[in-house]
Design a protein around this ligand. Structure first.
Ligand code: MG
Length: 357
């Protein structure tokens, strides 16, 4: 058996990214509660990012903007300016690439780095972490939180422990204590629903979770449970890898009971459009071909697509095109067993002609 020395994996996560970019570029906004979300004239939009000052009022991502306005009427509300954030993101990734070619983007403002070859031991990890954070601060005038740990799972947890502007090093000999003392909500990949299911089984801590067998975890959390069995023991061999470029981004909904009727179908299309748009935002991609997919109760499946003159990425535009495609289906009223919406012909934001509408 080959015993490998521990790896040093970094997880970089920019602090309140969209809000921080706005405050950096407009100094009059600095230190103010700042809420980024939606676009002008879109009353039902949600919060994309709240500055830390706004979070003090209880404002959180994914909260309706109307709720945020009620919580903090004096906050400054700005629409999402994705092309600008994507340009900053690109600078960030270029900076990170000056440290290591082994970068795995997680979203527009988050990435894993394999830093193993850059240090001789964990004693050098903190100094390296400082250098990475200082470089980001000096070159971008933004702060990042950085977690350094022996694997991706732990690095992701670590970057979140001392936000904002945090630097958290988890040495191999500290892994066991960190995991055992960790609240369940800090476990990356164990979401609210899983936690509720675990709580029903009387499990509220990582220490309790450790007492379950692989099979028991699988029964509670599904296939992912088997991975959780290893992760909560500090075992995560996943490499830092550049993802293959997405050729399309889409979502599908399979309904427990077939759905029918224009109002219901349109509501589901809206939901799909929002999910696809949020994914596109994370990947900083737009696309020209909208594909609507429908499956009927007898499993016949149809798709209808439209290629647009301009790339789109926002939920409203995706929904608008899906609504145009709907009447082209053989039975537009359903009943549907599945609906899917995807966007192909993807282009990164940075390649879009500016200014954008
Ligand atoms: Mg972030």
């Amino acid at each position: 058996m080959v015993i490998r020395p521990p790896r040093l994996i970094g997880h970089v996560d920019m602090d309140a990214f969209f809000a921080a970019v706005e405050a950096r570029d407009r100094p009059e906004l600095k230190g103010k509660p700042l809420v980024i979300g939606g676009r002008p004239g879109e009353p039902r939009a949600v919060v994309s990012t709240a500055s830390y000052e706004a979070r003090r009022f209880g404002i959180r991502s994914a909260m309706p903007l109307a709720t945020a306005r009620r919580l903090c009427p004096q906050a400054i509300f700005l629409p999402v300016d994705m092309p600008r954030y994507a340009a900053v993101s690109e600078e960030l990734f270029r900076l990170l690439a000056s440290f290591t070619p082994a970068i795995e983007p997680v979203s527009i403002d988050e990435a894993f780095l394999d830093l193993t070859p850059l240090v001789r031991s964990y004693d050098e990890a903190e100094a390296l972490g400082r250098r990475i954070k200082d470089t980001i601060r000096q070159r971008l005038a933004l702060t990042a939180s950085l977690g350094l740990a022996p694997n991706k799972f732990l690095a992701k947890i670590a970057s979140d422990l001392h936000k904002p502007d945090g630097l958290t090093v988890v040495r191999p000999e500290e892994v066991e204590n960190l995991l055992l003392g960790l609240p369940l909500e800090r476990l990356w990949g164990v979401g609210v629903k899983s936690r509720e299911r675990l709580a029903k089984a009387g499990i509220t801590s990582v220490a309790q979770l450790r007492r379950l067998s692989r099979a028991e975890l699988r029964a509670l959390l599904g296939v992912w449970g088997e991975e959780v069995f290893d992760l909560i023991r500090g075992i995560d061999e996943r490499p830092v890898a550049a993802p293959l470029p997405a050729r399309s981004v889409g979502r599908e909904l399979t309904f427990a009971h077939d759905i029918a009727g224009e109002a219901r179908v349109r509501a589901e299309l809206k939901h799909l459009a929002r999910m696809v748009a949020s994914r596109l935002g994370e990947e900083a991609q737009a696309g020209r071909t909208v594909v609507l997919k429908a499956r009927y109760a007898d499993f016949t499946t149809c798709t209808r697509s439209r290629t647009l003159p301009q790339p789109v990425w926002e939920a409203e535009d995706l929904y608008r095109v899906a609504s145009l495609l709907l009447p082209e289906l053989p039975r537009p009223q359903g009943p549907f067993r599945l609906l899917g919406l995807s966007l192909a012909g993807l282009v990164p934001f940075r390649q879009l002609p500016l200014p954008l509408a």
